[in-house]
Design a protein around this ligand. Structure first.
Ligand code: PLP
Length: 410
């Protein structure tokens, strides 16, 4: 392939993504950040954060100082004591979940792991990799764990230690299992040997920025022992990554050799991206707590806007009060051909992650209206046009009209 051919291929790819972006409203990846300033660091530097984030090791081509700042930032938001915290930047939420369950199993070798039917597939996969016995607990229709079924299931195996995975934002409806209620269930059953892992892939950061009394419990102060988060969802990093945070005193119970690299082998994978922590560091430094909060509020306000537009159309839709996920009755095929929604049977969802525009959402509603007003045999591809989106790394301000109501059209 010649240089010209390669340039044309790359230009075509960029143009395809740029055109597809406004229609990609089913997945939680934020698209509002611009990492161009970091581009020089992609030009030929291997950045390898091999091993433990707190042990630099022999080589200098790493970004562990930044990784530690990222973990500290997340640990502050998740209310982990400043003198008892540990974590690292993982390859994604899935690895962060695997780490949490690995630690849990090491602490409680005879444990049974409980999670709801709405758990992300990375949870049963991690349990299978670790050989953990599992019990799938019923979920309520709106997505939270059925606490009574959880109690019943644990009660039947009271001689075993308990690991509970709490969904902090289910993939489909962004429902949150309240860690404080899970603690209550364990207290009532007098289960002392316990571990709670919070899978907060999407919702960890947005929830942490709400008043702790106005949101469900999910962090370490609420009773969780470890938390997993994705870095390419709400925090908008352009390569898959995640963060796991736990207490150092728990982590210290996993033995770890010092490897030939000079760092401790405490992480699941050895060589780890140094670029991902760098991008996460850049995102949190650029936005800060106030910028992150403004983005979360803007996302919720947009979700509410979409919900109102769907209600005007009398199209069934619902949303949890804290959520940027709008669950709606699955639109006709002709709409799904154009718009990327996540669909499970009769229900689909749209996630108004940062970077989603009101223009996109309004165009989607226009297409939906056109489709439902047209008899199925006369439907052709919808033609609404959306103005091109631009990158911005300044968080838009939420409108003053933001309301927090749980409205259901079901
Ligand atoms: C609730 C939940 N947990 C875990 C994951 C996995 O995260 P990742 O894709 O970062 O591995 C996802 C991904 O969508 C998710 O929705």
């Amino acid at each position: 392939m010649t240089g010209t051919d390669m340039a044309a291929t790359l230009a075509a790819l960029t143009s395809r993504w740029e055109q597809a972006r406004p229609y990609n409203i089913g997945f939680p990846g934020a698209t509002d950040l611009d990492f161009t300033e970091l581009a020089p660091l992609l030009a030929g530097y291997l950045l390898n954060n091999v091993g433990d984030a707190w042990v630099d090791g022999i080589a200098v081509n790493h970004t562990k100082e930044m990784e530690r700042e990222v973990v500290d930032f997340f640990a502050d938001l998740f209310r982990v004591a400043s003198d008892d915290r540990w974590g690292y930047v993982t390859s994604g939420g899935s690895e962060a979940n695997l780490y949490g369950l690995w630690l849990a199993r090491t602490l409680h070798l005879d444990a049974v792991t409980y999670f709801s039917a709405e758990a992300h597939p990375s949870i049963p996969k991690a349990a299978a990799l670790l050989g953990l016995p599992t019990v799938i607990v019923r979920a309520e229709p709106e997505g939270t764990i059925d606490y009574q079924d959880l109690a019943r299931q644990i009660d039947q195996r009271r001689d075993r230690a308990v690991i509970v995975v709490a969904n902090i934002g289910t993939t489909m409806t962004e429902a949150v299992d309240d860690v404080r209620r899970i603690m209550q269930v364990l207290d009532e059953l007098a289960i002392r040997r316990r571990y709670i892992h919070a899978d907060a892939a999407l919702s960890g950061i947005p929830l942490s920025l709400m008043d702790s009394q106005a949101r469900p419990g999910f962090d370490l102060a609420d009773g969780a022992d470890s938390i997993a988060c994705s870095g390419h969802k709400f925090t908008g990093v352009v390569t898959p990554c995640g963060v796991v945070v736990t207490r150092k005193t728990l982590r210290d119970r996993l033995s770890a050799a010092v490897a030939y690299t000079g760092s401790s082998d405490t992480t699941i994978i050895g060589s780890r991206s140094g670029h991902a922590p760098l991008m996460l560091w850049y995102a949190i430094r650029r936005l800060g707590v106030d910028g992150l909060r403004a983005r979360a509020e803007r996302s919720r306000a947009l979700a509410e806007h979409l919900q109102t537009r769907l209600a005007d159309l009398r199209w069934p839709a619902s949303r949890h009060p804290h959520a940027m996920t709008v669950v709606l009755q699955t639109p006709p095929q002709v709409v799904l051909k154009k718009w990327v929604l996540v669909t499970r049977g009769e229900r689909s969802h749209i996630i108004t992650a940062p970077g989603t525009t009101q223009d996109s959402l309004d165009a989607f509603v226009d297409d939906l209206r056109a489709a439902i007003n047209t008899p199925p045999d006369r439907r052709s591809d919808p033609v609404s046009a959306i103005p091109p989106q631009r990158h911005t790394d300044t968080a838009p301000q939420p409108p003053n009209t933001a309301r927090r109501v749980f409205r259901t059209g079901r």
